[in-house]
Design a protein around this ligand. Structure first.
Ligand code: SF4
Length: 694
């Protein structure tokens, strides 16, 4: 760690990495960051932090940052630096020309889960009002869109039920498809503390994550299922609860829709859902499932935490609903220590969803076809809005490849590196007439752009992020925008240049508009946040101080709704040519596509993605530790280094997607969740062979 000297002043802001949303005191000398000190009054972290938030801020001043707008006619042309006015007018003219040639619905945009609520709100307004369609989607599409769908169906609200503190009161913690100590380190530490105090732990994961066995924590049960069988295991747990008299009848009678419950009880009681009937499919011994179900149902307060190992499957939404069913059946909703808790990946993935980034929903998760909501926004924005849902990201790629979608605005997301089946994505990008990228660096996606609008780092932003516990945190600028303009202003100018005046005066004014139009944000403002530190939505007349725990008296939808969660196998199967199953994930010191963490000197870091492979699979292929291997799937192939590991069982391999040169997403398939199109990153049939590359 570099000692940068004594600070002259400090400003409290929020980490720009994961969905924990830690607060930091940024110690400054003039406009230079001396150090980031975890803020003891931070609602989410209470003085704790991880290596990324504390040390990995150097990217904000990295020499590769682009500080001048750039344009080019063709993607093969060299970039040309221009003024803001010229770049914005050029982008607007090309978007308008594309619409004139191909129709109003031929363009759209993608919002970012790394930017502030106010910036996301501005982008979705620009698309709905200036582009004139609902072709807006968010990078949450590829991570937690099944959470939004599944929890809305069952509980009526597309968000986690608890605050982080709630885990301090859990007696049994069920972790499904999440790796909190790597991906949400500060919360992972809090969970470990509770486990050291005696709480029981059940882990459902194909991979042996740290929580299963680490120096201070050992899971009581590790249900090491085969990839893609989450629904079968969760149904088996619920089957035991129902058939062995472990249902919390008083909770069902008072809180849930009884007809839905009766239908579900009959469905889940079927012997085909029993641990014994599903043992061969899931690979989990029936006795372990039975014992884990008893522990969860009878062990006191039971909480469920889950991550992308749940959502990034062809049955992602079904899995979320199976989790909700289990929580309701055991009465584990509506008080401290229980609940259903999606661990959100990016710093503002909750916020980007809240702010109306989905093609079917306005801010606050209200459907675009709802006339009253539409009229509310039409009145505020002074424009007629479409009531037709627009394109999701995968639909945009498909439509671009087939020639009907021709213009794309990409805000702070590297879709070429992060989205699955890279070859399909790049073909779509090459088919666009106009692509505008607003970002910090010339990333993989910018290679397909005609206009580059430089963005701001979190150290330059004024606004808010919303973390995984629905906590709205202030993001305060500690330095001026290095490229000269706030991102919401760039977006406002672009909308205005397209003929729809959209000039805000400040980020605070945008939040005021959000509050006025979004019932869950009714009493949230910068002034209030500065007074109280942070607020968990809903914050309105019914809950003026915010809502740490949801669904206490009743569910947002009234009665809790049990959903029938039939297991349907994925179409991605292993065979002789592709006998192994690849899952992808993250490591502690890196963050998503690595755009930030690869550009900091202050973090302990790897410099490549590595393939974990079990010793038995490695031996039969002649693969040794550290050897370069070829990794191929039905989609394509890449190379990376092998690591012999017993974290993965025989038949399963694992890697990360942090490094563009390894290109893990060249391999991943186009399969996606049936309800939301969230990609099935967690299941790809692959072959691994020694590579000729040194
Ligand atoms: Fe940042 Fe997440 Fe680490 Fe907290 S846990 S410091 S929010 S990366």
């Amino acid at each position: 760690v570099v000692d940068h000297g004594q600070p002259e002043h400090s400003i409290v802001t929020t980490c720009a990495y994961c969905g924990v949303g830690c607060s930091f005191k940024t110690e400054m000398q003039g406009e230079r960051v001396v150090r980031m000190v975890p803020y003891k009054d931070g609602g989410a972290n209470e003085g704790h932090s991880c290596v990324k938030g504390r040390f990995a801020f150097g990217y904000a001043t990295h020499k590769e940052r682009i500080l001048s707008p750039m344009i080019r006619e063709k993607i093969t042309d060299p970039w040309r630096e221009v003024s803001w006015d010229e770049a914005i007018q050029y982008a607007a003219d090309r978007f308008k020309a594309t619409q004139a040639k191909y129709g109003k619905d031929s363009i759209g945009g993608i919002t970012s889960s790394r930017t502030t609520n106010e910036e996301v709100y501005a982008v979705q307004r620009m698309i709905r009002a200036a582009f004139g369609n609902n072709n807006v989607d968010t990078c949450a599409r590829v991570c937690h869109s099944p959470t939004g769908y599944g929890l809305k169906q069952t509980f009526g609200e597309s968000a986690g039920t608890q605050d982080f503190k709630s885990v301090d009161h859990s007696d049994v913690i069920l972790v499904v498809g999440a790796n909190p100590t790597d991906a949400h380190p500060v919360f992972g530490s809090r969970m470990k503390k509770r486990l050291r105090e005696g709480a029981k732990l059940i882990v459902v994961d194909p991979r042996r994550i740290d929580l299963v066995k680490s120096p201070h924590v050992t899971a009581d049960y590790h249900l090491q299922l085969r990839p893609s069988t989450n629904v079968a295991v969760l149904n088996a747990l619920s089957h035991v609860v129902v058939t062995e008299g472990l249902v919390d009848r008083s909770f069902i009678n008072s809180r849930c829709d009884k007809e839905d419950f009766a239908r579900w009880e009959k469905f889940i009681s079927d012997v085909k859902h029993s641990p014994e009937a599903t043992e061969e499919l899931t690979g989990v011994p029936a006795a372990e499932v039975r014992a884990a179900a008893h522990l969860f149902a009878t062990g006191g307060n039971g909480s469920i935490y889950y991550g992308l190992g749940v959502t990034e499957h062809s049955q992602g939404s079904t899995t979320v609903m199976a989790i909700a069913n289990l929580a309701m059946a055991t009465g584990n909703i509506g008080r401290d220590g229980v609940g259903v808790n999606p661990l959100r990946g990016q710093n503002n993935v909750q916020g980007s969803c809240d702010m109306g980034s989905f093609p079917h929903e306005f801010p606050g998760y209200r459907h675009v076809s709802d006339e009253a909501t539409r009229h509310l926004f039409e009145k505020q924005w002074g424009v007629k809005l479409s009531g037709e849902p627009g394109l999701r990201i995968p639909n945009m790629f498909d439509s671009a490849s087939s020639g009907t979608f021709k213009g794309l605005f990409v805000h702070g997301e590297d879709i070429v590196q992060s989205d699955p089946n890279t070859n399909h994505v790049t073909h779509a990008m090459e088919s666009l007439d106009i692509c505008v990228v607003q970002d910090l660096f010339l990333n993989e996606t910018a290679a397909y752009a005609h206009v580059f609008l430089p963005g701001t780092s979190f150290l330059e932003k004024d606004g808010t992020f919303t973390n995984a516990e629905r906590r709205v945190n202030r993001v305060r600028p500690v330095m001026r925008e290095k490229q000269g303009m706030a991102e919401w202003e760039i977006v406002g100018r672009l909308a205005t240049a397209m003929g729809y005046p959209m000039m805000y005066t400040s980020a605070a004014a945008i939040m005021d508009e959000i509050s006025a139009l979004t019932p869950t944000f009714q009493h949230i403002s910068f002034k209030r946040l500065d007074e109280v530190g942070s607020i968990q939505w809903p914050c309105n007349d019914e809950a003026p101080d915010g809502t740490p725990i949801m669904h206490i008296e009743e569910f947002t939808r009234g009665k809790g709704r049990f959903m029938l969660t039939e297991f349907v196998p994925t179409s991605e199967r292993s065979n002789r040519n592709f006998p192994l199953i690849l899952t992808t994930g993250r490591i502690l010191s890196q963050y998503n596509v690595g755009a930030q963490t690869r550009r900091t000197e202050n973090v302990v870091w790897y410099d490549e993605d590595i393939l974990e492979i079990h010793a038995s699979d490695a031996e039969m292929r002649g693969i040794r530790e550290g050897m370069m291997i070829s990794l191929t799937s039905r989609m394509g192939g890449t190379t990376m280094r092998a690591k012999i590991s017993d974290r993965v069982p025989p038949g399963v391999v694992h890697t990360t997607f942090h490094f563009p040169m390894n290109g893990a997403n060249v391999i991943t398939t186009e399969n996606s969740d049936w309800a939301t199109n969230c990609p099935e990153y967690k299941v790809t049939a692959v072959q691994v062979t020694p590579s000729n590359r040194p």
